[in-house]
Design a protein around this ligand. Structure first.
Ligand SMILES: *[C@@H]1O[C@H](CO)[C@@H](O)[C@H](O)[C@H]1NC(C)=O
Ligand SMILES: *[C@@H]1O[C@H](CO)[C@@H](O)[C@H](O)[C@H]1NC(C)=O
Ligand SMILES: *[C@@H]1O[C@H](CO)[C@@H](O)[C@H](O)[C@H]1NC(C)=O
Ligand SMILES: *[C@@H]1O[C@H](CO)[C@@H](O)[C@H](O)[C@H]1NC(C)=O
Ligand SMILES: *[C@@H]1O[C@H](CO)[C@@H](O)[C@H](O)[C@H]1NC(C)=O
Ligand SMILES: *[C@@H]1O[C@H](CO)[C@@H](O)[C@H](O)[C@H]1NC(C)=O
Ligand SMILES: *[C@@H]1O[C@H](CO)[C@@H](O)[C@H](O)[C@H]1NC(C)=O
Ligand SMILES: *[C@@H]1O[C@H](CO)[C@@H](O)[C@H](O)[C@H]1NC(C)=O
Ligand SMILES: *[C@@H]1O[C@H](CO)[C@@H](O)[C@H](O)[C@H]1NC(C)=O
Length: 701
């Protein structure tokens, strides 16, 4: 209550001050006029935090990007996808066999070797697709074998509930990878949506990097390219690796020359002729552990193997505060069939989310933010709003909701032609408008994410501006105007004579403002409106409405600030009439209102991943670290000053002593969980996520 009272008190005293200072205006008519129309514009900008539109938009924008899906690990979306012909796929094993089915592929060799390398019988199998291959993608950190929520969408899809089949009192949920893989492949097969050489043949997921469950290794859609025994000679016992010097450059050159002579560069390597082993995969007893969980001091490459896996995941970060970046481009999502548990058709889930967020985030029944409350700062409140998507779970998806999603996926895959076994080529645009929704989302985020942040920072610097110093104030206003003008220019025409224009033009309720808003909000989707008789399926309709709502709020905000800025500019600095003397208090109030509006817009959008990054550009031998399972955190001393973590965590270590032993199944043999119990806690410490830092490969060593 205290904060509210203070706010009210400030507002009241401000109002009184304004009233007593109105005499400063020289032009009485203009002043009255200004006060009337400006009344409209004095209301704070409000955003509907109960809407799912920003979540749909961000979930969509983040597809197949490591960075956004690490910040928002609980996937809500499911999208048909395609892997192009001649894409390399890797499979690591700890035996010399060919893989049974189903098994796993990594898109980066570093991931497959990361799991299965440094063993006494490590093998690396390289495959290539021989044709475009259909797949189904589950977003979020959907291949993370611990925590709450990451696997929910896949479990719901397969089992209709979050827990899967009963397990005799043992908590096995996250370890039942082969069961999940077998069941999702069976789902595809049972519905006639894929088989050997046609339709859906793989399931794409993410942990540190992207992987694919491959349903059947006898498929003609893949060809084994090489099978290598990558077991490395052990180091002599007791060798101190730190004292090990890399060989001289010249020596390295000599070796290369020898190799070239031994095998002329124009001879093709022979393709393997081994036939496939059609066995069904089973749960093997001896699970491999992620490399960062292992301590075999005689394996020579364990450290570079660890670093390599981590580093390859960073290649697919996608967009962040550090720039646009590439995601996992070897998988193409067929976005006109984008399915999401954020869709309003999952009403129970929506209601449950709103009910809990209303209390947690202090929202009104209409979804508007009430403020930080009496035990929080505005900054903290906004931050909680901004990251709200991170804690979204699918706990209120009922069995019948899960089956709605199942049917939607089946229908979407059929529409794409995945069910046609005689026509292995997918028809990615059948039944779709052809709109490139991914590009649209990327363009919106690229155009607005940094500009909104700049706008917020200009407005922030303006709240303390000395308006008595005309020069300083004019300079600041011009800077603000440059920013808002750049945002508005595609949608906006100046009135023919802005210097003679009545101030009304700059009101947010003016015809000019309304026309500008409409052009801005429907910039991408005007031709998809009903009056154009365009056909959109339900998935594209969902994307269209999310894009329009997201742009609607962005556009409303930039028009409010941009038009207000134009008004002040023409009133005070560029006018044929006598310049109206500045009402400093009124101006400060405007600037504060605009700043708060932009801040709340940013919180509503929730693009926190786009505003988080390593502060400085990392050096060439460094990369920007965020915790991605199984690389959960850095050792405290080496990572920086952050405290409060485990006493003796290994570099990139598992989360704490006493943690149940388990490993990553897939890429070969699987694992057995420790004795039952709860899932291990996952988000023990988010600080390394919110403050990413550059790390060197040597942190691994
Ligand atoms: C806010 O969004 C929700 C969900 O889309 C909607 O039901 C509600 O009517 C909206 N509230 C307002 C005030 O528009
Ligand atoms: C692979 O190489 C290692 C090390 O040379 C060897 O011990 C192992 O037997 C080899 N595996 C097979 C299947 O040949
Ligand atoms: C893979 O396909 C082969 C050939 O049709 C079949 O015999 C085998 O059962 C299939 N494996 C699985 C796991 O579906
Ligand atoms: C979850 O689904 C599985 C498989 O459909 C079923 O065996 C199990 O009983 C369900 N669990 C609960 C708690 O409903
Ligand atoms: C949502 O799920 C939670 C946890 O299972 C439950 O406590 C709550 O009652 C559910 N809410 C609704 C509206 O069903
Ligand atoms: C919600 O915000 C209002 C206004 O700031 C405040 O009075 C109230 O205490 C807040 N409620 C909670 C639960 O934080
Ligand atoms: C205020 O917030 C702090 C930190 O979130 C918390 O520890 C404390 O219990 C809260 N106090 C009250 C009265 O809610
Ligand atoms: C604001 O600027 C005026 C004129 O430039 C100057 O006289 C005054 O001291 C400044 N006030 C502050 C608080 O800096
Ligand atoms: C007014 O601001 C300008 C630009 O910031 C500065 O150079 C100048 O010294 C200020 N004038 C006064 C009187 O403070």
């Amino acid at each position: 209550m205290g904060v509210l009272m203070t706010v009210l008190a400030v507002l009241l005293s401000t109002t009184v001050t304004v009233a007593s200072q109105q005499v400063v205006f020289q032009d009485i008519n203009s002043q009255k006029n200004y006060n009337d129309q400006a009344e409209n514009d004095k209301r704070p900008l409000k955003f509907n935090f109960s809407s799912a539109a920003p979540h749909i938009f961000s979930s969509f924008h983040g597809l197949l990007k490591q960075w956004p899906n690490t910040f928002f690990p609980n996937g809500h979306s499911i999208v048909p996808c395609e892997v192009p012909a001649y894409t390399s796929l890797y499979h690591g094993r700890r035996d010399a066999d060919l893989p049974p089915s189903p098994e796993w592929f990594g898109f980066d060799v570093e991931m497959s070797y990361g799991i299965m390398g440094s063993d006494r019988n490590s093998h690396l199998l390289t495959y290539q697709t021989t044709r475009p291959v259909g797949c189904l993608y589950f977003d979020g950190e959907s291949a993370t074998l611990m925590g709450t929520g990451q696997m929910d969408s896949l479990n719901l899809f397969i089992y209709g509930n979050l827990t899967g089949p009963p397990n005799n009192g043992h908590w096995r949920g996250l370890f039942d990878e082969y069961s999940r893989a077998t069941n999702i492949c069976k789902w595809v097969q049972d519905r006639g949506l894929g088989g050997l050489g046609w339709g859906v043949e793989g399931i794409v997921r993410m942990n540190a990097g992207f992987e694919m469950i491959w349903c059947n290794f006898t498929s003609p859609s893949i060809r084994l390219m090489s099978k290598l025994n990558v077991t490395a000679p052990l180091l002599p016992a007791g060798l101190d690796q730190a004292s090990y010097e890399p060989s001289e450059i010249e020596g390295v050159k000599d070796i290369r020359i020898d190799e070239v002579e031994a095998q002329p560069s124009n001879s093709y390597y022979p393709l393997p002729t081994q036939t496939h082993n059609p066995d069904q995969s089973t749960d093997p007893p001896d699970p491999p552990r992620p490399p960062n969980w292992r301590r075999e001091s005689e394996e020579p490459f364990l450290e570079s193997q660890t670093w390599g896996w981590f580093e390859s995941a960073t290649w697919h970060y996608g967009s962040s505060a550090m720039g646009p970046g590439r995601g996992e481009t070897r998988v193409k999502s067929l976005t006109c069939s984008f399915l999401s548990f954020y869709s309003p058709q999952f009403a129970e889930q929506h209601l449950a989310r709103f009910t809990s967020e209303k209390v947690k985030l202090n929202l009104t029944e209409d979804g508007y933010w009430l403020g930080p409350g009496n035990n929080g700062t505005r900054e903290r409140g906004l931050n909680e709003l901004m990251i709200r998507r991170r804690s979204h779970l699918l706990h209120n998806i009922s069995q019948s909701d899960a089956s709605i999603m199942n049917h939607a996926a089946e229908r979407a895959l059929r529409n794409l032609g995945y069910n046609d076994r005689n026509e292995p080529h997918i028809r990615p645009t059948t039944g779709c408008s052809g709109t490139d929704w991914s590009n649209i989302a990327a363009e919106i985020v690229q155009r607005y994410s940094t500009r909104l942040r700049q706008l917020e920072s200009i407005l922030d610097s303006g709240t303390g501006i000395n308006t008595t110093n005309q020069t300083a104030f004019q300079h600041w206003t011009a800077m603000l105007r440059h920013n808002t003008h750049a945002l508005l220019v595609p949608y906006f025409e100046y009135p023919t004579d802005p210097r003679h224009t009545n101030d009304d033009s700059w009101s947010t309720s003016s015809a000019l403002a309304r026309a500008t808003l409409s052009r801005c909000q429907f910039h991408y989707t005007r031709l998809l409106a009903p009056d154009q008789k365009s056909y959109l399926n339900s998935e594209e309709t969902l994307l269209k409405s999310a894009v329009e709502e997201v742009l609607g709020n962005i556009c409303r905000t930039i028009i409010e600030v941009g038009f207000g800025t134009e008004r002040e500019w023409f009133r005070h600095f560029d006018t044929l009439k006598d310049a109206i003397e500045l009402d400093a208090v009124e101006m400060r109030r405007n600037v504060l209102r605009w700043k708060e509006g932009v801040e709340e817009l940013m919180a509503w959008l929730g693009w926190v991943d786009q505003w988080t990054g390593c502060e400085n550009r990392c050096r060439w031998d460094e990369t920007c670290f965020i915790p991605m399972w199984p690389f959960m955190w850095l050792q405290t001393e080496k990572a920086g000053s952050h405290g409060g973590m485990n006493e003796e965590p290994p570099h990139f270590g598992p989360p704490g002593p006493g943690h149940p032993y388990y490993g990553r199944p897939g890429y070969g043999h699987g694992r057995r969980p420790g004795p039952g119990g709860r899932p291990p806690p996952f988000f023990q410490d988010d600080s390394q996520l919110w403050e990413p830092r550059c790390v060197k490969a040597s942190y691994m060593l």
